[in-house]
Design a protein around this ligand. Sequence first.
Ligand code: AHM
Ligand code: MG
Length: 331
Amino acid sequence: MAGAISLTQHILQGERQAPQETGEISGIMTQIALVGQTIARDLSQSGLIDLLGSTGQVNVQGEEVQKLDQKANESFVRAFESSEVVRTLISEEMEKPLHIVPAERTGKYALFFDPLDGSSNIDVNAPLGSIFSIHRVLPLTSGGKEPDFLKPGAEQVAAGYILFGPSTILVYTSGKGVHQFTLEPGSSEFLLSASDIQMPSRGKVYSVNEGNYRKWPTGMQKFIDYLKESDSATGRPYSTRYTGCLAADVHRILLKGGLYLYPGEIKEPEGKLRLMYEAAPLSFVVEQAGGLGSTGAERINAIQPKTPHQRVPLVIGSREDVEMVEKFMKE
Ligand code: AHM
Ligand code: MG
């Protein structure tokens, strides 16, 4: 794409329009983009260099850790371990927050990430993602305390995801719209491929693991039954699309409309997905594009988190579709 704007240029332009901001966020985003390139390379050759399969370990979520989960986590840690601006790293693959020693005095940000989202897709060459969320914190030496990074999603400074599909794309927001960049293989740069993305207020697609139907509360079952009824006036039945990778399914919905759901279950009402590095960042992106991120009862980004790895039910997508779920869940 000759003449296209790179991710770094785009962020710097935004910072010039808001001179109170320093180059810190652009520095963090540049590092995240480099991590994205490393992970994309690892994924593209995973079947050739013994990167497929499990490590034999189980993570803090009780899930089997795949070799590529671990490798992707290491790529994030390596990129930030000598950072002077990121003070704390919180990852799906690390039980405890990792404090960056040089940044304890100066670091003003906490970085949350799911290094490799959609791990069950690793061995079958299906899409994967990395999800990230950046919060402002105080340096430890000027009053910052360990749990001060547990802030509601509404306070995120920037968030987004990298999607490893037929091409590698990076989608992010810093509260000024949602922008998409595509990794150009030749130059190894992320170039602007869509700016100010706005999603349709209603869609035709729902994305959910329907194998869990019998475990859901009645309101959720009734809603999914409703989507399958035939009614041309309301565009039903909706179609189903589910890749098993949250970043990929939400990206489809960001561009085409509709909704992604990972509901709570009667026996496990908190659901599967994690608030800080899955639900909150994606909700920030989707809200910036005109959609909504909800638990089915309340706004995801209004939740005051209690623990770094807390789970939350997620209903995310087009505004009218999410509002419809909330109505069914209330009844
Ligand atoms: P992961 O981060 O361990 O991969 O888990 C999150 C993933 C999401 O990407 C995906 O939407 C969901 O879990 C799939 O779960 P299930 O296999 O239960 O449908
Ligand atoms: Mg995940």
